[in-house]
Design a protein around this ligand. Structure first.
Ligand code: NAP
Length: 281
């Protein structure tokens, strides 16, 4: 009898994650005997746990906050875009050698395409918030031919650092760095972009508005990376914007991880249904 293949999610905390339901459903739908375990690891124990995971026979894992950067130092091979973004969320253990990717950018790309029929190549995008998620996804967008990126962040120095990193490998991508207080420049940029990506953590509490409603107008494409209906999405919908939350991004980053691990096409519909059930519970 063959042993169950083990996968998991490393993070701190991880208990709120719905990835076990999504990935577990995917494995069952294809008849793959695999488990997906939550692996809470405190930051101070992270380095010692990686060799233990290899020893315990884990075939691969996802990584979430705060380990996406620290994972890099344990990899034997890394996808160039993940290296550029200094962020890894998917690891494959191939005979003890660890290979790393970031699938967040792919997830956002598919989500934006599905929601707004917008392609990344040649597109113009605003990222509102430049933390870890924006770092991984904006880097992916630049790598895949975005014509222009506007990076907006409360701490402008962080947006500048991301912009410098992107401009080193994507010199043709036009970059603009703005503060949330740059009203006039923001208004012009919003009026002329393919999609606005809300990538800060503001709005997770269900009450705080991230992007001022005064910047929005009917017909704009507004995506919030947060998985649920946020005050931003409610305000944007009332103003006639096209809106989407972060569920599809979550789905497609998981789909890509699944395909990296199994080498098979993921059962997307089954995984989406499992995700919806888990998030709506
Ligand atoms: P992070 O690294 O902690 O970054 C947080 C970002 O939010 C920073 O840009 C930060 O600005 C900004 N921010 C936090 N509090 C703020 C406030 N009070 N006012 C203004 N800006 C504020 O987090 P992350 O990993 O990038 O995640 C960001 C969001 O994306 C989270 O809501 C997360 O759930 C979501 N996400 C979704 C997916 C998905 O699959 N849908 C994947 C990853 C993340 P400063 O730099 O100024 O602190």
């Amino acid at each position: 009898m063959t042993a169950t293949i083990r996968y998991g999610l490393l993070g701190w905390p991880v208990k709120q994650s719905v990835s076990p339901q999504m990935q577990g459903t995917g494995f069952r739908a294809l008849g793959i005997d695999a488990s997906y375990e939550l692996l809470p690891i405190e930051p101070e124990h992270f380095d010692q746990r990686i060799p233990e995971l290899i020893r315990d026979g884990f075939a691969g894992w996802n990584i979430t906050i705060p380990h996406k950067g620290p994972m890099l130092r344990h990899l034997d091979e890394i996808d160039p875009v993940a290296a550029q973004a200094e962020s890894v969320n998917t690891v494959c253990n191939r005979d003890g050698r660890l290979h790393g990717w970031s699938t967040d950018g792919f997830g956002l790309e598919r989500a934006v395409n599905e929601a707004f029929n917008v392609k990344i190549a040649g597109g113009t995008f605003v990222f509102w918030g430049t933390g870890g998620a924006a770092r991984a996804t904006a880097t992916h967008f630049a790598h895949h031919g975005a014509r222009s990126l506007t990076l907006v962040n409360r701490t402008v120095a962080k947006a500048e650092a991301l912009g410098e990193s992107i401009s080193r490998f994507a010199p043709d991508c036009e970059l603009r760095i703005l503060s949330p207080a740059d009203d006039d420049a923001l208004r012009g940029t919003f009026a002329d972009c393919s999609a606005i990506i809300q990538s800060s953590s503001v709005g997770m509490d269900g009450t705080s508005l991230s992007i001022p409603a005064a910047l929005l107008a009917a017909g704009m494409n507004v995506m919030d990376m947060i998985y649920k209906q946020t005050p931003l999405l409610k305000a944007a919908a009332q103003l006639g914007c096209n809106t989407a939350d972060g569920r599809a991004m979550l789905l497609y980053q998981g789909v890509k991880s699944f395909e990296i691990w199994t080498g098979r096409d993921a059962p997307v519909d089954a995984m989406r249904a499992a995700l919806d059930t888990a998030l709506d519970a």
